[in-house]
Design a binder for this molecule. Sequence first.
Ligand code: ADP
Ligand code: MG
Length: 248
Amino acid sequence: MKPEQDGKAIDVQGLHKSFGALEVLRGIDFSVARGEVVCVIGPSGSGKSTLLRCVNLLEEPSAGRVTVAGTEVTDPDVDIDRVRRRIGMVFQAFNLFPHLTALENLTIAQRRVLGRGRAEAERTARAHLERVGLGDKAAAYPAQLSGGQQQRVAIARALSMDPELMLFDEPTSALDPELVGDVLAVMRSLARDGMTMLVVTHEMSFAREVADRVVFMDGGVIVEEGTPEQVVGAPRHERTRAFLARVL
Ligand code: ADP
Ligand code: MG
């Protein structure tokens, strides 16, 4: 497939994923347009993380086709490291290197993976720390930062690699409630700046406010998708209504 041939950042067709006898994704079709923000909601165990992990091939799909920024990642000949470089990923756990400062956490991959020199990597790192509101924390180690600050460092680290799209897997779920807002504010500003984002979240107010589209998953399938007004405001399916009644 030719790169950049259409406006899709992510295209998933007929995606299945099994772990042994357990079929976790049972035929998923969806796409994310460039610049679009899509929130994935659904009960625990419905396959949301597995879907995200299939997008950057942290899990190998059992069947189906996944295309990211015009490159089919399920093509056996694909250079997956090259594709992953274009995808920023932020997990529930912050996954910072504990023995490196915030600045070093941001420079190491830029230098090793992108081959940037020290000065350029540090300049980029400082700009992104500034952007997430942590310009004064460059020299801090992760243990000296709150969970919310660590997660913002993780977001800045992903951004410092100049990703074409960002995947977020419940980025605020591990945070104390009073720290969630700062992380969501950073994500909101990224969305406003046109970043393509696929976000698994339980933050319904964020989904309502920021998402262009909401996808509700249950039991390894997409039960319904649409605008936040449609899916969160006026769900058509009983399973969606039951889920929303529990989380809202
Ligand atoms: P969600 O993110 O929606 O909570 P997951 O995608 O994490 O759901 O998991 C969906 C199902 O797949 C769960 O039943 C989970 O136990 C199972 N699962 C996920 N990863 C693995 C794995 N590596 N090996 C076996 N089962 C897994
Ligand atoms: Mg999950």
